[in-house]
Design a protein around this ligand. Structure first.
Ligand code: CMX
Length: 136
């Protein structure tokens, strides 16, 4: 994948209203953005830690990826996201070595990034996201 850095860690939470003040207290930084990603049925809240971010994820429906995750496993780390260049080329390379792609082509995610997910069944149980900043 040749990532430049960890773009963010996604953390599934039941309630942003409860989780945001908690993270603001323990991290000592303010949440700088809240955004709903309707397509993913999720509301997100972001914190910056150096070059990396924490993305809190509150499901807006029980039948969403994050809603199902919380139902099965409870709150906790949901995915790791790597920053890459040439996202489509990276996906093609991973496909060629039989890594299961959830997204065969990039789509739009939070903060205007182009994103694609890899299936946790083919990445050692870790849901993995690749992100490319189109404005870089
Ligand atoms: N990390 C690790 N494993 C996960 C997982 C996660 N986040 N989410 C689901 N799984 C596992 C389940 O535990 C289950 O394993 P078992 O078969 O051993 O029980 C398996 O994957 C299938 O889970 P499921 O609940 O039946 O869910 P689906 O197959 O319907 O979907 C997945 C799983 C990963 C394909 C789906 O969640 C997905 O497409 N995720 C990508 C999109 C996403 O997560 N969006 C939310 C974040 C959006 C954002 O960051 O903006």
């Amino acid at each position: 994948m040749k990532p430049s850095h960890i773009e963010h860690l996604g953390v599934a939470v039941k309630s942003l209203e409860t989780a945001i003040p908690f993270y603001e207290t323990i991290l000592g930084v303010k949440c700088y953005a809240i955004e709903e990603v309707a397509e993913q049925k999720v509301k997100t809240a972001f914190f910056k830690i150096g070059q990396t971010k924490i993305e809190l994820l509150e499901p807006t429906a029980p039948d969403s990826p994050v809603g199902k995750f919380i139902e099965k496993r409870g709150e906790g780390i949901h995915h790791i996201a790597f920053a890459v260049d040439g996202l489509q080329d990276r996906l093609n390379e991973l496909d060629a070595i039989d890594i299961q792609l959830i997204d065969k082509t990039p789509r739009k995610g939070a903060e205007g990034l182009n994103i694609a997910f890899l299936h946790p069944k083919s990445t050692g149980g870790v849901l993995t996201e690749l992100c490319e900043n189109p404005n870089k």
